[in-house]
Design a protein around this ligand. Structure first.
Ligand SMILES: *Cc1c(COP(=O)(O)O)cnc(C)c1O
Length: 252
C-alpha cells in the first residue's frame, strides 16, 4: 500500500477509504485462519493526529481509539467528547508514568500498557479510592529487546527463572483489587518482513494460554499487531489490533 502518493491521502477525508482497505485485509486474515472478523477489534491509534481525524474515524464507523501520551490525550479526549455524541472507548497504549496514573484512570476505559507490578499497585490504590474498577492488559516483552517495556517474558517456555518471575508477578497483579486483567499486550520489533513477527505473536498466544490455564483466570484479550504486521497478528489470535498509520496516514 502506498501511503504517500498525494497530500489528499493524508487528509481526514481519506480515512473512510483507508479503513475499508484495512477491514478487507482483516477479513482476509480471518478467513485464512478460520476466525470471525467480529472477534477482532480495531483500536484506531490517533496519536499526533488532530481531532478532525478522530471525528472522521467516528464517521467511518470506528468506536475504539487509542493514544500513547497522557498529555496529548488529556486535551484531545474531552475535545472529541464535546464534538460527538457517539459513545467511544478510549485505550491507553503507551508507557504510563506513576505520577500520571490518576489522569489515565479519568480518561481511559482500557489500559494496554500495564508494564510493571509497581504501576499495577498504583492503579489499584487509585481505583479503590475512586470506587472504580480499571480494565487492563498486562504488557509483556516477548522479544527481549531492551527498548521494549513490559514484564520480562523472553524465552519464558525454556527458561525457568524467567517463567517463575513472570508467574509470580502475574499472580500479584491478579490479586490486586480495583483491577480487572483482561489479557496481554505486546509490541513486536520493527522488521523488514512481517512474517518475522509470527513467532512472537504465536508466543504471546501460547503464554496467554499457559497463564490462563495454570492461574485459572480467563485472559480473553490479546492486543498485538500494528500497521506493519496486523494480518500476521490476527492469524496468530489477536483480538485487538492497534492501527495508526494504515488508517490515518503517516504522522508528522
Ligand atoms: C503508535 C502505536 C501504534 C500504532 O502504530 P502504527 O504503526 O501507526 O499502526 C500501536 N501501538 C502502540 C503502543 C503505539 O504507540
Amino acid at each position: 500500500m502506498n501511503d504517500s502518493r498525494s497530500s489528499d491521502m493524508q487528509s481526514p477525508q481519506a480515512v473512510a477509504g483507508r479503513l475499508q482497505q484495512v477491514q478487507r485485509r482483516i477479513d482476509d486474515a480471518c478467513s485464512r485462519s478460520g476466525r470471525s472478523p467480529a472477534d477482532v477489534a480495531i483500536i484506531a491509534i490517533t496519536k499526533r493526529k488532530s481531532v478532525d481525524y478522530v471525528l472522521a474515524g467516528v464517521e467511518a464507523g470506528l468506536r475504539h481509539f487509542g493514544e500513547n501520551r497522557v498529555e496529548e490525550a488529556s486535551a484531545k479526549i474531552p475535545d472529541v467528547r464535546a464534538r460527538t455524541p457517539v459513545p467511544l472507548t478510549w485505550h491507553m497504549v503507551g508507557h504510563v508514568q506513576s505520577r500520571k496514573a490518576a489522569d489515565v484512570l479519568g480518561l481511559f476505559e482500557l489500559v494496554h500498557s500495564l508494564d510493571s507490578l509497581k504501576l499495577a499497585q498504583r492503579f489499584s490504590r487509585l481505583a479503590q479510592e475512586q470506587g472504580k474498577t480499571l480494565d487492563v492488559l498486562v504488557q509483556v516483552n516477548v522479544s527481549g529487546e531492551d527498548t521494549k517495556s513490559g514484564l520480562e517474558a523472553a524465552h519464558w517456555s525454556q527458561r525457568n527463572a524467567v517463567r517463575a518471575a513472570l508467574w509470580q508477578q502475574m499472580e500479584q497483579i491478579l490479586a490486586l483489587s480495583g483491577l480487572r486483567v483482561r489479557g496481554l499486550m505486546t509490541m513486536a520489533p520493527i522488521v523488514d518482513d512481517m512474517e518475522q513477527t509470527r513467532p512472537l505473536f504465536a508466543g504471546l498466544a501460547a503464554l496467554r494460554d499457559a497463564l490462563a490455564q495454570s492461574l485459572g483466570v480467563p485472559l480473553p484479550e490479546l492486543s498485538m499487531g500494528m500497521t506493519d504486521d496486523y494480518p500476521v497478528a490476527i492469524e496468530e489470535g489477536a483480538t485487538m489490533v492497534r492501527i495508526g498509520r494504515a488508517i490515518f496516514g503517516e504522522r508528522d
